[in-house]
Design a protein around this ligand. Structure first.
Ligand code: SF4
Length: 371
């Protein structure tokens, strides 16, 4: 399923200490409804069936229900909202978005109540996020959870997994932090030593195994961190820039992750070197010994998360070029007061004949009606 991601604006009503966006970006203009509508029309015409509205916090947009309704009308089948969950705690909101056409919610929760509220800097946020998740489930939305791992919540991850599974949810993406954006202002607290990141990933996998559950995925960790968990990892190779995972569920685009990857240290003798994008430059700067991770001696046999559709001859795509994913966003850090909005569109294309995935970016200036 081809997926469109729409980053509506960087505005947010939380202030997460690990946020990879900069607080100053919040002043930037959001995408006007007309532009979003145009992108939805174009994507629908090109056969896109999945759309995710994200930010910032997309529920700050009063016109989100109208965007969902338009997307539904245009034929999108999977309509997801990526959120901190605060707004969903308001009575009727989840049902309203469901009625507008939303099918799924992805909510960010990062520990127990005290930990989460401290990390996002909003008292009561944890209770609201869970209330929002429950309201969404009651309204008939599919619910998944994101957990951004960091120096304060790695030890709490196994208990979080147990709590999530006890609530009857299992779709969890554990995200290794990016050393960029507002995290840099809190780096002493948020920095996560590589060995602890790997241990947390293993502890989460053990909690799932103990419960006999599936649905755990790991983002931004390279296979050498925990080779036996490679099948759970996302965005470690170009093949994981996917729009549909191995179970047929759409996942995020993760497109911005290519440019700043580097092979180093253990990569030279790693069996995955040709397939793996390597380490983030910003991470290597902090952990120059590549975390002490050893090269992967043998490519894991288990199928990797989301590699299904990009394999040549894998069955999902015929020969030729196929646009798989597209994301549209206001340009981060755009100066306030300019007469036009700078917008970026990124696309991921699969050349099935060459077995290659490529990204392209276009940036243009959009006149604003109120300028
Ligand atoms: S290629 Fe490098 S980053 Fe990737 S798994 Fe191997 S050692 Fe790790």
């Amino acid at each position: 399923m081809k997926a469109l991601e729409v980053l509506l604006s960087y505005a947010c009503n939380e202030a997460c200490a690990f946020c990879s966006q900069e607080l100053s970006w919040r002043k930037a203009e959001g995408l006007p409804f007309a532009l979003v509508a145009r992108e939805l029309y174009a994507a629908a015409k090109d056969g896109f069936e999945s759309v995710c509205f994200t930010g910032g916090e997309p529920t700050l947009r009063k016109d989100l229900p109208q965007m969902l309704a338009l997307a539904r009308k245009l034929g999108f089948k999977y309509l997801r909202v990526q959120t901190n969950g605060l707004k969903f705690a308001e009575p009727g909101y989840a049902a309203d978005l469901r009625a507008a056409g939303a099918t799924n919610l992805r909510v960010s929760i990062h520990g127990d109540a005290a930990l989460h509220d401290r990390l996002v800097k909003v008292p009561g946020a944890w209770a609201k996020a869970w209330a929002g998740a429950e309201a969404a489930r009651t309204a008939g939305l599919g619910v998944g959870v994101n957990y951004v791992l960091n120096g304060e919540n790695d030890a709490a991850l196994p208990a979080f997994c147990a709590d999530l599974l006890a609530r009857g949810l299992n779709d969890l993406v554990v995200i290794h932090p990016l050393y960029e954006g507002d995290l840099l202002a809190h780096e002493a607290r948020m920095s996560l030593p590589p060995a602890r990141a790997a241990a947390a990933a293993r502890a989460a996998a053990a909690a799932y195994k103990k419960a006999g559950a599936e649905g755990l995925r790991l983002l931004n960790l390279p296979p050498c961190a925990a080779p036996e968990l490679t099948h759970l990892m996302l965005a470690w190779s170009p093949h994981s820039l996917l729009v549909v995972d191995a179970a047929g569920r759409p996942v995020d685009l993760y497109m911005a992750s290519h440019d700043d990857r580097l092979h180093a240290g253990p990569c030279g003798s790693c069996t995955l070197q040709d397939e793996c994008l390597g380490f983030k430059r910003s991470w290597l700067k902090r952990f120059p010994d590549a975390g002490g991770f050893a090269p992967v001696a043998a490519a894991p046999a288990a199928p990797r998360s989301g590699t299904r559709i990009l394999r040549r001859g894998g069955g999902a795509f015929e020969a030729g070029r196929h646009e798989l994913a597209r994301a549209v966003a206001p340009v981060a850090g755009q100066a306030g007061g300019r007469p036009a909005l700078a917008v970026e569109r990124m696309s991921v294309t699969l050349d099935a004949d060459a077995g290659r995935v490529s990204e392209s970016r276009v940036v243009w200036e959009e006149a604003l009606a109120h300028a």
